[in-house]
Structures are given as structure tokens and as C-alpha cells.
Design a protein around this ligand. Structure first.
Ligand code: GLY
Length: 275
């Protein structure tokens, strides 16, 4: 297992390795005393991994509640956020309790934002289940929902207290979800890591998934530690995202984020290369 330590307004570990999800409660217990955990997940991930996480939470002394929302970017809005917050209030969550975001980027962003604003902020744990979330959105504390006017327009910086990335789950992902995440990894390669870029040019890049996740997370960590609140060099991580977000929105989110970023990077590179 790899451990990456990120020191920002909150310092936390990002654990990357096989079989972590079955021991989620044990790792969470190293950071939090037994309390109530609100597990937020979507309709795709719930049947796959929620039971494993909840069982492990229970075995380690946590009480849990589960909130499931319909999978997809269309759910990442103020209406779902409001339902999550009402659910948390009905479960009488307090600031001594935690949120567990179990899923991809939409889940992590929205559950993180709910944690940021509920009771003026409670801690949360990220358990990313996509490559994109593992290498990008689960790390660095950007949380948000979309507004009609655009993506991620309402949000907060709220760092997780722990990130658990189970590489078995990532290795099991269908090809389209791996490709989506690959776009963000290629972004890191283009920005700063020639060797990582070369790995991604190889046909069997998936064989190196744990190392690829580690290298990406290391780079994200360095960037966040230098510019947590995105006023300077963190903006480089938005390479391809301006075009990408426009493509996603104009496609009514039928083009997923990773593919939008891939197209956005190609457009940006084309524009940069024009004389
Ligand atoms: N996804 C870009 C960032 O976290 O800054």
C-alpha cells in the first residue's frame, strides 16, 4: 500500500492499495472515534460496494446511514444537495459525525459540499471508485454542485480527512470509465511528468495502475500544497477544462467529464500550436 500525506488547511493521508474497501472502517477508525457515518453514494455504486463499506464501519464501532441518489451529472445540483442536507438533519448528524463519499467525481464533489455546509462544516472521507476520482477529484478539497449557468458554480474548498483508494476496484472498472480517468492522468503527464505520459502511451498502461494513481496523486498533492485555494499554479490543473466543461454542458452531460477534458486538451493544444 502507498501512503501520500497532504498538508493543507487539513492534513490527511491518501491510502492507495488493494483491498482497502473491505477494511474501510478500520482505516477510518485511525482518524475518527466511533460516531455516526453518513455514507453518500449513487445508484450505480450502491449495489456494488455500499454493503462492504457499511459492514466494515459497523465492525469498527461506527453507526451508519446511507443516502443514495440517481447516478449521473444531472443529479449534481442544488435539489439533490438540499435532499442530502435534509437527510443528514433527519438523522441528527452533529459536528462530531462524518460523511463518507463513496463513488466517482459527482458523488465526491456533492457529498464533500454537503459536508462543507452541514452544521457549518463536518469532516468527510473520500472513497473514490473511478480512476478519475482517484487521481483528481477525491484529492484537494474542491467540492461543488452545478448550477443552470454552469458546472461547479456553487461550492466550497473543504479538504477530506482521509482518502481510501482501493486499486482492485479501479482495476475492475469498465473500459469507458478507465478511459475517462486516463484523460486526467495524461493531463498530469502533459503538465509535468514525461515518464507518466510515456506510460500512458503504452498499450498495456493498465498494468501500472497503482503506480499511475500514485504518480498522479503525488503531483496533485504538490500542487494543492502550494496553492490550496486555486489562486495561482493550481489553475494549471484546469488544462482542457474550460473547453471540456462547455462540451459537457452543451451535450446536456451526455459527454462525461473525462471525455470533455480529453477533447478540451486537444482543442487547447491545437490552439497553442497555431502560428
Ligand atoms: N481538478 C482540478 C483541481 O482540483 O484543481
Amino acid at each position: 500500500m502507498y501512503t501520500v500525506h497532504l498538508q493543507a488547511s487539513i492534513s490527511y493521508d491518501i491510502l492507495i492499495g488493494p483491498g482497502l474497501i473491505g477494511n474501510a472502517g478500520k482505516y477510518i477508525r485511525t482518524v475518527f472515534k466511533p460516531c455516526r457515518a453518513c455514507v453518500i453514494t449513487d445508484s450505480n455504486v450502491y449495489p456494488l460496494y455500499a454493503q462492504t463499506v457499511c459492514r466494515s464501519l459497523e465492525e469498527n464501532g461506527f453507526q451508519y446511514d446511507t443516502y443514495v441518489f440517481p447516478a449521473g451529472e444531472q443529479s449534481k445540483n442544488l435539489a439533490t444537495l438540499s435532499n442530502i442536507l435534509e437527510f443528514m438533519a433527519n438523522q441528527q448528524l452533529t459536528r462530531s459525525d462524518i460523511v463518507v463519499a463513496l463513488g466517482g467525481g459527482v458523488t465526491g464533489d456533492m457529498a464533500g459540499f454537503a459536508a462543507a455546509v452541514y452544521a457549518r462544516g463536518i469532516p468527510f472521507v473520500q472513497i473514490p471508485t473511478t480512476l478519475l476520482a482517484a487521481v483528481d477529484s477525491s484529492v484537494g478539497g474542491k467540492t461543488a454542485v452545478d448550477l443552470k449557468a454552469g458546472k461547479n458554480l456553487a461550492g466550497a474548498f473543504h479538504q477530506p480527512s482521509l482518502v481510501l483508494t482501493d486499486t482492485d476496484i479501479i482495476a475492475d472498472l469498465p473500459a469507458h470509465l478507465l478511459s475517462e480517468g486516463a484523460a486526467e492522468v495524461i493531463k498530469y503527464g502533459v503538465l509535468q511528468d514525461t515518464e507518466l505520459f510515456q506510460w500512458m502511451c503504452e498499450k498495456d498502461w493498465k498494468q501500472k495502475l497503482p503506480e499511475i494513481i500514485l504518480r498522479s496523486v503525488e503531483m496533485k498533492k504538490r500542487t494543492v500544497m502550494q496553492d490550496e485555494f486555486d489562486t495561482g499554479m493550481r489553475k494549471f490543473l484546469n488544462l482542457g477544462h474550460t473547453f471540456g466543461h462547455a462540451i459537457e454542458k452543451l451535450s446536456d452531460f451526455s459527454v462525461p467529464h473525462g471525455f470533455g477534458v480529453a477533447m478540451g486538451m486537444a482543442i487547447a493544444a491545437g490552439a497553442a500550436g497555431k502560428k
